[in-house]
Design a protein around this ligand. Structure first.
Ligand code: GDP
Length: 422
């Protein structure tokens, strides 16, 4: 499979990091295509437990090279910190990590503006991570961005920074924030550049020559399909396209080179931040607690809900998913009854996810099917047929409702906890 895309089918945090880590050893390159350090993959392997935000999850496989594409926005301080923690764990980065000079920088004013916009929106706030992702993408699209290329000539960088600070300081002051100092920001970013410079490399020849030589690429999404700015629950979405259609653009891979798309799906639903979530549990304290999580990136609480087949079916269709990787089945082991949302009703009519905008989605009535739980610890099981019959029935119900075959079932955070489904 020369080019495989791995993406989340829900609101992010599906366990993509684990899925990618499972497959990455079979690939020559793992490339990150979107987002910024608002995403966080948690990976548990022989090196330890890592929460990585920018470096592709393939970094843990010594023969795999990692690319950060032009569609990613980079907070250099976070990247340096992450690189240092990987080095400390004995992972070699030199000649293995390549960053596109086309990727844009998150500047200090992006983070400040992210926070100020959220505060100005009050109760209607998006619930962003306040890490500057949205404002950085906005600057990229409105021709105001600063990217690695700009550092090749310090005069270009200084000129752009001066203009941006003049603009941004006015907005920051108008919103009650404190202005940034040109010299301080300039020195800080030049220092970051000198540390990251050895890893910056135009990806085009790597990718094109790699494809020609039959090398295998794994393209890694950050966030989830339902956080896409076009097709997600706008405005409660992320700043960059998350769908498979975006996987190739920033990396310079022709779309027709994609041969397989794997969708990572949590066996239930979680969502962090604001926005509609039809299957959110509000009436069952035990279930709510069991399915809520703490976010890898921000420590924020993820709202917990039952599996939403309407959302996953939509994600399978829009991305053209070939196979699903179902995660966290083990978390459902404690339930005697499990609810599955098979579809939505709105104003007494059956509707689909794509029929509605966010504000209508907030008011849909989920149609539930209740199934019996298996109530057994399944974490040590490694063969599909050894799963309790009810756990298999749950997996197969999800598969049927999603309309796409499940190829793998994960039953624990560790690398070994993956069951291949026949
Ligand atoms: P990502 O951004 O999609 O990679 O997801 P996160 O890393 O933010 O969140 C997924 C969390 O679930 C991480 O803590 C993983 O270690 C953990 N995880 C992944 N798969 C499984 C699984 O099958 N069972 C359990 N219990 N945890 C899992």
């Amino acid at each position: 499979m020369p080019v495989t895309v791995i993406l989340g089918t829900q609101w992010g945090d599906e366990g993509k990091g684990k899925a990618i880590d499972t497959f990455a050893g079979d690939f020559d390159y793992v490339a990150r295509y979107n987002g910024g350090n608002n995403a966080g993959h948690t990976i548990v392997n022989e090196y330890g437990t890592f929460k990585i935000h920018l470096v592709p999850s393939g970094i843990f496989h010594p023969k795999t090279k990692c690319l950060i594409g032009g569609g990613v926005v980079i907070d250099p301080a976070t990247l340096i910190e992450e690189m240092n923690s990987l080095r400390k764990a004995g992972i070699q980065l030199e000649k293995r990590l390549f960053i596109s000079p086309r990727s844009h920088f998150i500047m200090p004013y992006h983070k400040i503006l992210d926070g100020l916009y959220e505060e100005a929106k009050g109760a209607g706030a998006t619930g962003t991570t306040r890490r500057g992702i949205g404002p950085t993408f906005a600057d990229k699209i409105s021709y105001n961005g600063i990217r690695w290329y700009d550092f090749t000539d310090p005069e270009i960088f200084s000129g752009k920074l001066r203009v941006q600070l003049e603009l941004k300081n006015k907005i920051i002051a108008a919103l009650g924030g404190s202005a940034l100092n040109f010299e301080n920001v300039r020195e800080e970013y030049l220092a970051y550049y000198s540390q990251i410079k050895p890893f910056i490399k135009e990806l085009f020849p790597i990718v094109q020559n790699g494809l020609k030589a039959g090398k295998k690429f794994l393209l890694e999404q950050a966030m989830g399909s339902i956080l896409d700015p076009d097709w997600g629950t706008y405005p409660f979405v992320t700043g960059s396209t998350t769908l498979a259609s975006a996987a190739t653009g920033g990396l310079g891979i022709p779309p027709r080179a994609i041969t397989r798309i794997i969708g990572v799906t949590k066996a239930y639903t979680t969502r962090v931040g604001g926005g509609p979530m039809p299957t959110e549990i509000k009436d069952d304290a035990h279930a709510e607690k069991a399915l809520s999580e703490v976010a890898a990136t921000t420590g924020r609480i993820r709202r917990g809900g039952w599996f939403d087949a309407e959302v996953v079916r939509f994600a399978c269709q829009i991305n053209g998913i070939d196979r699903l990787f179902l995660t966290k089945l083990d978390i459902l082991s404690e339930f005697d009854k499990i609810k599955i949302c098979t579809g939505y009703e709105f104003n007494g009519k059956r509707v689909h996810y794509h029929d509605l905008d966010s504000y209508q989605l907030d008011k849909v009535k989920p149609i539930y099917k209740t199934v019996q739980g298996w109530e057994k610890d399944i974490r040590e099981i490694r063969k599909y047929k050894e799963l309790p019959a009810r756990a298999r029935a749950y997996v197969e119900t999800v598969e049927k409702l999603a309309g796409v075959k499940i190829g793998w079932v994960a039953n624990g955070p560790e690398r070994e906890a993956v069951i291949k489904k026949p």
